[in-house]
Write a protein that binds this ligand. Sequence first.
Ligand code: G1P
Length: 296
Amino acid sequence: MIPKVRKAVFPAAGLGTRFLPATKAMPKEMLPLVDKPLIQYGIEESIASGLNQIVIVTGRGKAAIEDHFDVSFELENLLEKRGKTEVLAQLRAISDMIDVAYVRQKEALGLGHAVLRAKELIGPEPFAVVLSDDVIKSEVPCLEQLIRVYQYFGTPVLALMEVPPDQAKFYGVVDAEPAEFNGAEGDGRLFRIRNLVEKPKPGDAPSNLAIVGRYILTPEIFGALEATQPGSGGEIQLTDGLKHLLQSRPIYGYRFEGKRYDAGDKLGFLKATVEFALDRQDLGAGFGDYLRSLKF
Ligand code: G1P
């Protein structure tokens, strides 16, 4: 029996240097996309994919994240007195739906190091990793798409996306061959990974398939990460840990259906803000009229 995925790890101890000065005193995970912090999109995707045990790996200056997912008695009291039942229900829904645990990453030593910090809280179970600055809009939640593949093979599955050659240097890039799923030819989305390279130098990218911030991992990744030396940027990279794991386990990649926004980047964040606002029932029409009225 392939064990069920129930837990999701959110690395959130990074310094957010791509978004300074906004992130000097505020965690980048709390930047609001329309009216919800970035991390909440990832948490809602996890819940929609059946994962409600959340582990957030935090660092210094990240208290706002803990407060956000906690109950605010004063605020709830005030909203109740003022009869703001809809906002109140929204606030309660998120803290009621998840069970959050926090673990501290004392130094920002890399994504692989952050994931390793969750080892004790995850235990001997498969789990997801969600990078909150990758916000994904899709019909079927991206994590659910990956979990379907995981449930068939029982081995790690990474979200993949095609990127233009000049963008490869910003990602982990895979060398992969098309794979079959459910004994059928597949939908052209599934790949078996042959190799992985974190932030390849120009000309070194093995393909145009980049890793996006959604992973389904098995607990063997912890041993692999413990054996991983610092790589790109002098940090312990998750991609390098996966490369290590590949020696003993198959790893799959799934070119997910949906659109990903790099909300940790200023331009990507603006694009996501515009598109998410246009999609909103309460804001879309008015915001669309405003955008059309701009002369540029
Ligand atoms: C991280 C990963 C990288 C992945 C990317 C996706 O990089 O290390 O492999 O492609 O997320 O967003 P970062 O963006 O944190 O530098």
